[in-house]
Design a protein around this ligand. Structure first.
Ligand SMILES: Cc1ncc(COP(=O)(O)O)c(C=O)c1O
Length: 451
């Protein structure tokens, strides 16, 4: 009763993100009352296992006792203060700890307040660096096809998914797009590493041709998450890092979705043993509690802005809630858990179990790929496996799986024809097995012949 009352009220006043609101004439809206661990509870007592970590933000479960305590402690001290001219311990601690977790050349932490805004700030920072260095022609960015870096005009400019971008093309900045090294498209007889090497040739040629006009290359390390969870080999990042050095271009690693252990290492770029010039972090940084983002960078970049005020070389970018102390305290608690509970190591056991549970789907007549990196597993549905013909996006097959999940206590939210599993790290093996059963049924539901 309570649920339906809330839904009515909601649909009168709330405009939801990434949603065609008319869909809610048919697709249920689910008001959530509480959460605990991997479970969300609605007002009628129905529970849902959050198999996508609420858009990839939640790491250690909903209403985590340790993070709650940290936030409550902070709340009784200081809720917020501006970060210009003033500072606070949670921001200082967090900066020190993030810097320690990253390669030695990363020495500075600049705070923003959500993923997209950190991408915009990273773009401005890179561009402004080259302006300060008197390399005035460096004004462009290179990004990969199928990339997603956010929804603000800057971050959308360097993204490349038509669904989100095409309508706004006229008001976006032009970006040089290079074909993604996505392993899904590789020929069967070559390795993922070899495929990455072959694909890198296009990037190398683009950099070589355009480097005088380019500030930075921006990539999502290893997984293009919103880009249908497409994955690529870390060799590509290795080669890209070398080429960026060779041609004096910044490398921006957008770790917003893949950072904090999703790919099996703390950060995705670490698998390539590289040091990006700029690293953007958000989402899991607060364990999924609240909005916060940071840009980590080098002394080289920082020093290019460090000057007499009158020279107007400072980076004057700001957000009101920059480094909010409550958000920083959630982030510090999140890092405590990583350290105290040896999370990255323990996740290896969970990710191996995920692999095992979903293995059988490889033989499904309408599954073209079951791919995994660390704690991210994706299943690509296909109409004709032999001829590699995809389902028409208008059939919206993924929604059938979504509805099957809802009916069976699992929250998944497919990306087009791709179902994926990206759980909070507090999930148990038993819960992984449970999700895999429901997702497998979801695959059957989604790929049933139209009646
Ligand atoms: C790789 C990546 N970059 C940037 C963003 C944007 O972050 P936010 O939604 O916090 O603006 C996202 C969001 O999904 C993302 O996956």
């Amino acid at each position: 009763m309570k649920s339906s009352h809330l839904v009515k009220k909601d649909l009168k006043v709330v405009w939801h993100p990434c949603t065609q609101m008319k869909d809610h004439e048919k697709i249920p809206m689910i008001p959530i009352k509480s959460g605990k661990g991997v479970w969300l509870y609605d007002y009628d007592g129905v529970k849902y296992l959050d198999a996508i970590s609420s858009w990839w933000v939640n790491l250690f479960g909903h209403s985590n006792a340790y993070i709650n305590r940290s936030i409550k402690n902070q709340l009784s001290q200081l809720e917020h203060v501006l970060l210009a001219g003033f500072t606070h311990e949670p921001a200082i601690d967090l900066s020190e700890r993030l810097i320690k977790l990253t390669p030695s050349k990363i020495t500075k932490c600049f705070f923003t307040d959500n993923g997209s805004s950190s991408i915009d700030a990273a773009m401005k920072m890179s561009y402004h660096y080259w302006q300060n260095k008197k390399k005035k022609s460096k004004v462009k960015f290179i990004a990969l096809s199928n990339s997603y870096h956010g929804e603000t005009l800057g971050s959308l400019s360097v993204s490349n998914i038509d669904l989100y971008k095409k309508t706004y093309e006229n008001i976006l900045k032009e970006t040089i797009i290079v074909e993604s090294p996505d392993s899904y498209n590789k020929s069967e007889n070559i390795s993922e590493e070899k495929h990455a090497e072959i694909m890198f040739d296009k990037m190398y040629k683009t950099i070589k041709k355009n480097h005088r006009d380019v500030c930075a290359v921006i990539v999502e390390p290893l997984i293009q998450c919103a880009g249908y969870m497409r994955m690529y080999h870390h060799k590509y990042l290795e080669l890209l890092s070398e080429a960026c050095r060779e041609y004096n271009i910044h490398l921006i690693a957008d770790e917003i979705a893949v950072g904090f252990g999703r790919t099996g290492t703390m950060f995705g770029f670490q698998q390539a043993k590289i040091t990006p010039d700029i690293i953007c972090l958000s989402k899991g940084i607060t364990g999924g509690y609240m909005t916060l983002s940071t840009i980590l960078t080098t002394d080289d970049i920082y020093d290019a802005f460090y000057d007499e005020y009158e020279k107007l070389n400072a980076f004057l970018h700001s957000h009101s809630y920059t480094a909010n102390p409550i958000a920083c305290s959630a982030a510090n608690a999140t890092l405590d858990i990583f350290k105290d509970k040896d999370v990255i190591k323990k996740n290896k056991i969970l990710s191996a179990h995920m692999r095992k549970c979903f293995e059988s789907l490889k033989d499904h007549p309408h599954v073209s790929d079951v791919r995994q990196k660390g704690m991210v597993l994706a299943i690509e549905l296909i109409k004709d496996k032999k001829r590699k013909v995809s389902y028409d996006w208008k059939e919206r097959r993924g929604i059938r799986a979504y509805l099957h999940g809802l009916k069976n206590n699992v929250l998944m939210r497919p990306l087009g024809n791709v179902l994926y599993f990206m759980p909070p790290y507090v999930i148990t093996k038993k819960e992984i097995s449970f999700v895999s059963e429901i997702m497998k049924e979801g695959v059957d539901e989604a790929t049933k012949k139209n009646s």
